[in-house]
Design a binder for this molecule. Structure first.
Ligand code: GDP
Length: 296
């Protein structure tokens, strides 16, 4: 209804004569549109504020390049700050440790955690020629354990045999030991999903982390949950300490606000992106693509 941010900025700034540099007034008018576009893309308010401050700082007094209009100049600055905030391209999973390297997968139920575990295991097996073992630590939901076993068969990755009655920490220890004995390179631990950020399950994840000393702790978060994804990321990072984020459902109509907010709030890189339900629908994170979605 309002057109893309680029269109809006060009409209607002089209009346400006070339003054050589952008005035505070020009920039403020533009920033009102930037703020609106970020909020429409479901970026968290605190992130919108710090983001627009950064753009203002860079834009006021900036020389308008001869070849472009003031509107294009602001768009370029917004795009640059977006890409910087979203972080580097191709941050991949780090296995720079003595094998078996434990990778802990955490997140809310329904975020795509189990699917992403299998997708990553498949990728590590096929592209990186790693020998991967997966284990489900979801002792409360036998169906989740079954789901991982089925996905394992589908992607050709071993899963730890299910033993009833063990705690999450016991399963995690058994997985690491089995991976060590079996000569595996990576052991992926799929922790229990939780509907809310409840303390008991958070304590369990912290306990598993302490027992296994994972090299990566990856938060799986649904891009469509927008601002909730930020609260989830903040809580997991504070309680468990994340090393990276896997953003799922980027095939949906998310504008990418969750990516920007989670990265800005936690400072942790988005390492991979889920782009569909199928096991090979996993992609590297491309900041410029997300910036384009946000800019519209
Ligand atoms: P978990 O409860 O976090 O383990 O979530 P699941 O892995 O069971 O995934 C929940 C649902 O989301 C399943 O139907 C998945 O197929 C689906 N899903 C997971 N990742 C993606 C994704 O990137 N895109 C889409 N469209 N669906 C996904």
């Amino acid at each position: 209804m309002f057109g893309t941010l680029s269109d809006r900025l060009s409209g607002i700034l089209s009346g400006l004569t070339r003054r050589g540099s952008l005035t505070e007034e020009d920039v403020n008018a533009a920033l009102r549109e930037v703020r609106r576009a970020l909020l429409e893309a479901d970026v968290a308010l605190e992130v919108v504020r710090s983001f627009t401050d950064k753009v203002r700082e860079r834009a006021v007094g900036a020389e308008v390049l001869k070849s472009i209009t003031p509107g294009q100049q602001v768009i370029k600055i917004v795009n640059d700050v977006l890409i910087e905030t979203l972080g580097g391209e191709g941050e991949s999973i780090n296995f720079d440790a003595v094998p078996p390297v434990p990778v802990l997968m955490v997140g809310l139920q329904g975020s795509g955690k189990t699917t992403s575990t299998a997708k990553i295991a498949k990728r590590l097996t096929e592209r990186h020629k790693k020998k991967v073992l997966m284990a489900s630590l979801d002792t409360r939901r036998p169906a989740a354990m079954e789901q991982l076993a089925i996905l394992g068969q589908q992607v050709g990755v071993q899963t730890l045999p299910i033993v009833a009655g063990q705690s999450a920490v016991q399963i995690a220890r058994r997985a690491v030991e089995a991976a060590r004995l079996g000569g595996y390179d990576v052991v992926m631990l799929d922790t229990a999903g939780r509907v809310t950020l409840d303390d008991t399950l958070m304590a369990e994840v912290a306990e598993v982390k302490a027992a296994t000393n994972p090299h990566e702790v990856l938060l799986v978060a649904d891009a469509l949950t927008g601002q909730d994804a930020v609260n989830t990321a903040r809580a997991f990072d504070a309680r468990v300490g994340l090393t990276g984020i896997v953003l799922t459902r980027m095939d949906g109509d998310s504008r990418g606000g969750a990516a920007l907010s989670m990265r800005a709030v936690t400072g942790k890189p988005i390492k991979l992106v889920g782009i569909g339900e199928k096991v090979d629908e996993l992609d590297e994170f491309h900041p410029s693509r997300v910036a384009n979605r946000i800019l519209g």
